[in-house]
Design a protein around this ligand. Sequence first.
Ligand SMILES: [Mg+2]
Ligand SMILES: [Zn+2]
Length: 176
Amino acid sequence: MRGRVPEAVLLDRDGTLLVDVPYNGDPERVQPMPGAAEALARLREAGVPTALVSNQSGIARGLIDRSQVDAVNRRMEELLGPVGPKAICPHGPDDGCACRKPRPGLVLQAAAALGVEPERCAVIGDIGADVEAAEAAGARGVLVPTDITLPEEVAAAPEVAEDLASAVDLLLGDRA
Ligand SMILES: [Mg+2]
Ligand SMILES: [Zn+2]
């Protein structure tokens, strides 16, 4: 898929679209990552639909509930505009679910919600699990590292961009 504009872009939330506030259930604490609004606007202008693919194990851990996740997502969209369908994994790492990244389930769900084949999707995220989920689903993974990204995750990623704007540049290519 490299070199070809994806038909949809699936975005991680925490550490990618929003500053990562662990297990955040408070809309007041929502803060976009630098350039997130512009990156989403460019995708919209290019006619590339987007969706959210987000692990929210705080639900399984009993730290937040789904309504708080939804409230945070609503605040995100107030600040960033529409993000599209939201594929959320509420499970914990030991639940053995099929959706929690690095498993492919969220990517498959989001692609299905958009009516796009997973192979035609790109996934942008800030950790290795995002890229691995993309690859497991047959999608293209782009890593945008943050302070929490491990050096080995950067080394293993097929494509790395320094920020969201660069990731969108990479994906849109000449269509930007
Ligand atoms: Mg993240
Ligand atoms: Zn899950």
